[in-house]
Design a protein around this ligand. Sequence first.
Ligand code: AHR
Length: 352
Amino acid sequence: MGFKKKNLFTVLTLIAMPVMLGSCVSDTAAGTPAVLDSEEEASDLITIGFSQLGAESDWRSANTQSMLESFTEEYGYNMIYENGQQKQSLQMTALRSFIQQDVDYIALAPVTESGWDGVLEEAKEAGIPVILVDRRVDSDKSLYSCWLGSDFELESRKLCEWLDSYTQAKGLAPSDLNIIHIQGNTGSTAQIGRTRGLANAAREKGWKILGQMSADFTQTKGREVTASFLRRYDNINVVYCENDNEAIGAIEAIEAAGLCAGPDINNGDILVLSFDGTAEGALELAREGKIAAIAECNPLHGPKVRALIEELRAGKEVSKFNYVDERIFSSLPEVSSVTVDGISYPIENIDN
Ligand code: AHR
């Protein structure tokens, strides 16, 4: 990785510090206050270019807020924030503008995994470390410093274990499950992990997946996609949504079709499953049992990304992949814990 001009500036400043301090003291002694002007203060701030992928969900808004609140002047940072509006091309333009502005670090929440090699090579060439946030890229690991986010497949495995235990508790056989699968953005890390988790569980347990389609993590498309599946199949009893907003939309479609989203799967209710646990609307639906269970996806990345950057600034080695802790929620009493890879996860009541 190239050596940034600003890093060189910092080193030279440190070497020159005693001389500079000496001159400050004599200025002060001579009655001139050693006050930095605003230009000098601004140059002390660390500049982060943050390319967020969009504003498609409540989770995303919480994630953006966490990042913006964690990189303020109070902490010694100046954040340049760009919203990619779900378009990789806009995110690439943002990254190139960060490189042009010679920012100190780039934080990138990439909309999809592929296609980043060229622009990441440009950042590396410019000596600007890139920290991936939330989702990953499929580029060579040498092109970014580290990643911080969720284990999306683990989230899905926990939710699928919950579904297995719940339906067994209700006396259903695996072949009784007729699932529709509402996916997130095709090619995003969250979609890939959550889809893989369900596909593997369905194969191992013998569940039927009637159909799957992307709703881009949005409420509007969640409603439209669910409505189209409900017109096509009359035996759906599980809707697996890849985030809260899709689940809210799915419930709207279920109710508009005169059906019931709820836990009583033996008597015609449709079980709705979700990820995130961020949208207040989704949490309320889970309290009512309309969303049966939610695998948490933790959006509060800001302080953790700042801690990683501080370690990088201190010249420390950081782990390449950094996972956030996540829980699983349900207000239904039938399942009290799930086990994945020998680890038991308690089912948290939604109000905890
Ligand atoms: O990548 C994280 C996912 O993206 C969240 O689950 C979803 O709500 C968001 O839009």
